[in-house]
Design a protein around this ligand. Structure first.
Ligand SMILES: [Zn+2]
Length: 375
């Protein structure tokens, strides 16, 4: 995410903070400080987001357990986001990953309960919710306890992108297909967000109203993303390949490649063995331009290209959603498409997008009925 600051690394996962998060720290310092002052408020705010971070680590460790990589965890004013390298394939995996976050908060709450209760008895305060507004050790522990309970309960609301929405979808996906499950879950979530938003406005809770608005919009995005994915899932890598492509022999010079750059909008040149048709490597526009600038006009293209082994490989029959996952996971702008052992071409996110637009227009078109009313 742009505008994020890296805070550190846990279990090989980058922990980041969005710059807007600093606003929350300042706001929290004064809102939670009470009679103890802004420093105590800051402690309370930081501990609240430590709980959010632990919650996200719960999701992340569950994902890692299923062999799904976690790119990073970012703390935002509205909460934390753990970015997984791919979506879990099976509903059961999604269910476990979604539950793992709130489970961390439930366990922390269960652990804190006897501590808070015991300390409350010792200090003769008993057990009162009102305590968490009082600065001090007991107030702070009480705050941690209630924050964990709130985080678990709030995140289990059945609305995207909250964990409860994912749990709801995963359970429904056992009975119906994933796309339909998402649509139902997104609609239920949006109805809930609407209710939450109205409640927040009546109660004068601006922050909660903003979160409700965010949930409402995110629900629609989730449904759209899944619909898009299901369109891509039905298409194959081979369909996205462009009909014509230019290949260079390894001894072609950088100068020749540069001349050809003028005539093609494609940013990559394939370098192939002319006798076997084997892919040797790929040279991109930037590499060719840099080589020209450093006077390597007569160098063979093979000297400046990326070797074929460094380029991710997909099969012509692979579904396009999986091809997209490969590109995302490897952070590569291209993948080499093979039909068995034969190289067929390169595929880029642009190729996928172009085919996606074509297919989504077609599927929209097929639903339209043109009436010819006679008489
Ligand atoms: Zn969560």
């Amino acid at each position: 995410m742009p505008w994020s600051i890296k805070l550190g690394r846990i279990f090989g996962i980058d922990i980041k903070m969005h710059v807007t998060f600093l606003l929350i720290l300042v706001w929290g310092a004064f809102a939670y400080g009470g009679s103890a002052g802004p420093l105590y408020g800051l402690l309370v705010t930081v501990s609240l987001f430590t709980l959010v971070l632990l919650h996200e680590l719960g999701h992340s460790l569950a994902a890692l357990g299923f062999g799904i990589g976690v790119r990073d965890i970012t703390l935002l004013p509205i909460g934390g986001v753990a970015r997984l390298e791919r979506m879990p394939e099976k509903p059961l995996q999604e269910l476990v990953i979604a539950l793992a976050g709130p489970l961390v908060n439930v366990l922390l709450a269960v652990g804190l309960l006897p501590v808070v209760g015991g300390l409350g008895l010792l200090q003769g305060e008993g057990f009162s919710l009102r305590l968490f507004t009082q600065p001090g050790l007991l107030g702070w522990l009480m705050f941690l306890l209630s924050a964990n309970v709130s985080l678990a309960v709030f995140n289990m609301l059945p609305a995207f992108p909250l964990d409860g929405g994912r749990v709801f979808r995963a359970i429904m996906a056992f009975f119906t297909d994933y796309r339909q499950a998402t649509e139902v879950a997104a609609n239920v979530g949006r109805a809930l967000a609407l209710g939450l938003g109205l409640f927040a406005i009546f109660m004068g809770q601006i922050w909660l109203a903003l979160i409700a608005l965010f949930i409402f919009m995110a629900g629609g995005q989730e449904a759209q993303a899944v619909a898009a994915r299901s369109i891509l899932h039905q298409a194959r890598a081979g369909q996205a390949l462009s009909a014509e492509a230019i290949a260079l022999a390894p001894e072609a010079t950088v100068g020749e490649a540069a001349t050809m750059l003028m005539g093609t909008p494609r940013p990559h040149f394939v370098v192939m063995d002319p006798t076997t048709g084997q892919l040797l490597g790929v040279a991109n526009r930037g590499q060719i331009m840099r080589a020209i600038q450093s006077g390597q006009w007569f160098y063979p293209i093979a000297d400046i290209m990326d070797q074929a082994r460094s380029i991710p490989v997909v099969a012509v029959s692979d579904p396009l959603d999986e091809v997209q996952d490969v590109l995302t996971r490897t952070a590569s702008p291209i993948a080499a498409v093979y039909d068995d052992l034969h190289f067929r071409g390169l595929i880029t996110p642009d190729d996928i997008y172009r085919l996606f637009r074509l297919l989504s227009e077609q599927s929209r078109g097929s639903r339209q009925v043109r009436w010819n009313i006679i008489g």
